[in-house]
Design a protein around this ligand. Structure first.
Ligand code: PLP
Length: 450
């Protein structure tokens, strides 16, 4: 390892997060990157990795898109007002207008924040203020962020344990279960129902047709706001601007973040109906009753505008639909017949490969042994092997048996070919007792020693 890399790793381990360094090293992913461009990550040792994770759906426009970088440079060179907090931020108005137009459905006001979680916190406050209710409902396996309010709506012991008490009067319903939703909503306790139109960390779960439309009708019937968390699914990731558009719903609030600023500057946006917005900003005395220092900062706003220019100018939504369909079909065909591959699913370029317990004893015995050591072990070996073959991906945070497939929307057919052949090779190896499983054993030993 080059000395600079060793030192950097050392400082990070000393001052930031030693456990992360251990984990990423264990997975053989602790490498230095010199340059990232589009879908490609160039390593210091001359190797190249194809990014099929996109920083969890941040890099829809590809890494370091030149047009977005240029816009940011121009904004810096302008020496204009940044975070003055005492002016009208014109760029925020321009970006909000474009977002509302793209989202449609009567969404006509935007609050800007800096992360997906902060967007979810905002939605919680606005929903409570508007309805005068306290309760908040979300779905099993949902991931809405890790700040205390957002965490209250995120499922999974791993994320929640030790951080309570979280917000009171929160509950989960099974994703896709309308009867359970009806039972909860009919209590009329809930200010909002938070839902990812396609669950991302939950395992790339696409709801049955009609689920979200019926969920919206139930929300209306019982006076609960429908909040679509489009932090991963928005910004053309699944084809249309919002995944909600696939399902014909018009949420009362939409949360966007991640890809909104081209993967270069933190930003999030909470789009909402006018009447919800005015429940909070109800008089000029309350004009800053909800605010955030970095909200509307001109670098984020400029990056957002430039990102929309790229997404629309390069028709990346259409591209996500077309190439996503091709990728999904070819993956399904290639992996068909492998007993551990249950399904390839998703929409646009938010896809997942679900794996399952093998039937053959020669595979099932080691599989079950490793699952006992850690339920993510199998998935992490897949991730590690793919990385060795030059592909970056990850398993879902709330379903370890699903491998996420989410490249930047600028991915080319040749890169898709490379990905498919790497996945094919790794899946083939996993279906033979031997190398794949002894690797897992080695990893387990190193994990215990770490
Ligand atoms: C659907 C969804 N909502 C909210 C969040 C939280 O976003 P952030 O990490 O920017 O706070 C995430 C993060 O992965 C997410 O996937």
């Amino acid at each position: 390892m080059p000395i600079a890399e060793l030192l950097a790793t050392g400082a990070y381990a000393d001052y930031v997060n030693p456990q992360w360094v251990k984990l990423i090293s264990l997975l053989e992913m602790n490498v230095s990157y010199e340059r990232c461009e589009g879908v490609e990550l160039f390593k210091a040792d001359g190797g190249r990795i194809l990014d099929f994770l996109s920083g969890y759906c941040v890099h829809n426009t590809g890494h370091n898109h030149p047009a977005i970088i240029e816009a940011l440079k121009e904004e810096l060179d302008r020496s204009g007002p940044v975070m003055l907090q005492s002016n009208v931020a014109e760029l925020a108005g321009e970006l909000a207008g474009r977002l509302c137009k793209l989202a449609g459905g009567g969404l006509s006001k935007v609050f800007f924040a800096s992360s997906g979680s902060e967007g979810v916190e905002t939605a919680i406050k606005f929903a409570r203020a508007h309805t005068g209710r306290v309760g908040l409902l979300s779905c099993d396996r949902a991931f809405h962020g890790l700040t205390c309010g957002a965490l209250s709506l995120t499922d999974g012991d791993y994320w929640r344990k030790g951080f309570g008490p979280l917000l009171p009067e929160t509950a989960f319903v099974p994703f896709g279960d309308l009867a359970a939703l009806d039972r909860q909503l009919s209590t009329r306790r809930y200010a909002a129902f938070f839902v990812e139109p396609i669950q991302a960390e939950g395992g790339i779960r696409v709801p049955e047709p009609g689920y979200l439309k019926n969920a919206q009708a139930l929300c209306r019937r019982y006076g609960t706001l429908l909040v679509a968390d489009e932090v991963q699914t928005g910004m053309f990731r699944t084809g249309p601007f919002l995944a909600s558009h696939h399902f014909g719903i018009t949420p009362d609030i939409v949360v966007l973040a991640k890809a909104l600023s081209g993967g270069l500057v933190p930003v999030s946006a909470v789009l909402m109906l006018d009447e919800i917005h005015s429940s909070v900003f109800s008089s000029f005395k309350r004009s800053i009753v909800h605010a955030s220092t970095f909200s509307e900062n001109s670098l984020s706003m400029r990056a957002g505008l430039a990102t929309l220019d790229v997404l629309e100018g390069e028709s990346l939504g259409d591209r996500a639909t077309e190439i996503g369909l091709e990728l999904q079909q070819r993956l399904s065909e290639t992996l068909n017949g492998y007993e551990m591959v249950k399904e390839v699913r998703g929409k646009g370029l938010l896809l997942g490969i679900e794996f399952t317990t093998p039937r053959r004893f020669a595979l099932r015995a080691p599989f079950e042994a490793f699952a006992k050591i850690h339920p993510a072990m199998f998935g992490q070996i897949l991730v590690m092997r793919l990385f060795r073959s030059g592909i970056l991906t990850q398993i879902c945070g709330n379903d370890f048996m699903v491998l996420k497939v989410a490249p930047p929307l600028v991915v080319t057919s040749a890169q898709v070919d490379e990905f498919i052949s790497a996945v094919h090779e790794v899946v083939e190896v996993a279906h033979h007792p031997g190398a794949f499983w002894s690797e897992a054993l080695g990893m387990a030993r190193r994990a215990v020693a770490a």
